[in-house]
Design a protein around this ligand. Structure first.
Ligand code: GAR
Length: 190
């Protein structure tokens, strides 16, 4: 059995899709859901599914090995970021080489980097009158949105699409592909 942890800062709609999808897989368990925000919707979702959850403090994440130790004692094999907005520190990257995955709501390397998250991305895409956007699933290294790309999905943008319309199109792609790409990555390492 492979054990995954999902880290999310917000609603956790992608986290929910992953949890729902993996209920049908006997080889992968979502063993932990963690958030840096104690009011994040993703924590209620964890409770709904009876999944262990925790709130991450800056101190535990950046100033000590406390969060790493937490993952290791939960025997976590893979760390899946789903709308998690903190930069992942070196101790975690080194402990989980090529085992930390992120999703980004644009076609990287475009519209990536610090400050490029959520609606900031879609507003920038709209401002530049892009004809298409999409989502990127990538491995995580020590820089924002910089690791090896695993999968990209693309969607057309109509001239009259608002930033919110673009966000909805991209989120639909994320929900469609993130669960199966995560499953594929984890199964390939089993
Ligand atoms: C998703 O669109 C994800 O791509 C984005 O946050 C959203 C989380 O939505 N991530 C980033 O912007 C990371 N740079 P969710 O909480 O409903 O899954």
């Amino acid at each position: 059995m492979k054990r995954i942890a999902i880290l999310a800062s917000g609603t956790g709609s992608n986290a929910r899709k992953i949890v729902e999808h993996l209920q049908g897989n006997n080889h992968i368990e979502v063993a932990l859901i963690a958030s840096n925000r104690k009011t994040a919707g993703v924590l209620s979702m964890a409770e709904e599914f009876g999944i262990t959850s925790s709130v991450i403090s800056r101190n535990d994440f950046y100033e000590s090995d406390a969060f790493l130790t937490h993952l290791q004692s939960a025997k976590i094999d893979w760390v899946i970021l789903a709308g998690f907005l903190w930069l992942v520190p070196r101790n975690l990257i080194q402990a989980f080489p090529d085992r930390i995955v992120n999703i980004h709501p644009a076609l990287l390397p475009a519209y990536g980097g610090k400050g490029m998250y959520g609606m900031n991305v879609h507003k920038a895409v709209k401002k530049n009158a892009e004809k298409f956007s999409g989502m990127t699933i990538h491995l995580v290294n020590e820089k924002y949105d910089d690791g090896a790309i695993v999968f990209q999905g693309r969607t057309d943008i109509e001239a009259n699409d608002s930033a919110e319309d673009i966000a909805a199109k991209v989120l639909k792609l994320e929900h469609e592909y993130y669960p199966i790409v995560v499953e594929g990555l984890v199964m390939a390492q089993s």
